[in-house]
Design a protein around this ligand. Sequence first.
Ligand SMILES: [Fe+2]
Length: 431
Amino acid sequence: MNLTPDSKSSARSAECHRNDDERYLSIRQASRRLAGPLSAEDCAIQSMPDASPVKWHLAHTTWFFETFVLGPRQPGYLPFKPLYRVLFNSYYNAIGDRHPRPERGMLSRPLLEEVLAYRDHVDAAVLELLARRPLPNETAALIELGLQHEQQHQELILTDVKHLFSRNPLKPAYQKQWPLTPIQSRKSEWISVGAGIYEVGHSGPDFCFDNETPRHRVWLDAFRIASQPVTHGDFMEFIEDAGYRRAELWLSAGWDVATARGWQAPLYWERRDGAWWSFTLHGEAPVDPHTPICHVSFYEADAFARWAHARLPTESEWEAAAGHASLAGNFLESGALHPLALREAPGDGMLAQAFGDVWEWTRSDYGPYPGFQCSAGAVGEYNGKFMSGQYVLRGGSCATPSSHIRATYRNFFPPDARWQFSGLRLARDAE
Ligand SMILES: [Fe+2]
């Protein structure tokens, strides 16, 4: 979180104030809209410990505003239900006890309608707070953090519902719009990036998470990076070439995980009459070879890259190469909720599909940038304490809200995670 004071905030116009209210409501309402196609029963279930019920997401994002904004900063605010402080605490030790994560799906109470009433209660109080202008900079920054947090959970709602529905033998569709687009194949090319000192990380007054700072210089040797992400068709070739059965392609830890869990293909794939099908938010569908691969772990991405006589880019290489790419892409708002085939070639030397479609695994451990400082207070637990045992992904996905992404954004997941829309782009050392 960037708590840098915005020097212009005290001089905001009435128009800006109205925009603050509208932005708050529009992001909060977007979460509820995502629950629109779901029943109360759908919203209560948890399909695995890594995923959470939709009802929990809707309550926890509300808890965030109540705990970090209203409690400390809205005089006289009364919590909706004091017991929610424990029930919807995700991982904040500074806040106190929390309900065990694997047991989030055992909460038949509160009812979904009670969680929605909780949201209404907190929204009314936040709007009241927003009306007391000018807001202290730190309060405004915490509200912004709450909105960015809400958007992160919007993506998780979709990935968690996808996993939940995939476990149901009825294979329900979250929405049915298949096929998504006419398919057009384009060939990936290598883009050369010269050696030199590059600046990476966020600077400036716009929002960023604390883990994107400070902006700093890195030395990069010359490298090449693919103009497009790896496709489902590319990955079929890896499978046909026995990629999942050749230990020499895999990191030792990856091989252990892949063999122990019986991985033979990306998550959600199924072989039927010689053809690959996968489960999507539109129900079951044939695998489209021209679309970017998704639902692979870091281990699978790394093994694929070795098979392709390439490697994953480091996160600094990715940022140096993608920093000038268009931020336009296939995000949540497109409604596709699935990676799409490339429709238009970007300009010379520009990465295609760097943003949206699929998060791209990098070879970089998720760690602190030189000079990194956690944000002060309990929200300092947001990012910093997870800097161990995870890898960085870049670029956002088809489930990411478009206003939530930027070139410096660092997502992170453990190397065996594959229920996110995670794919990869290849890199090679310079020739
Ligand atoms: Fe959260």
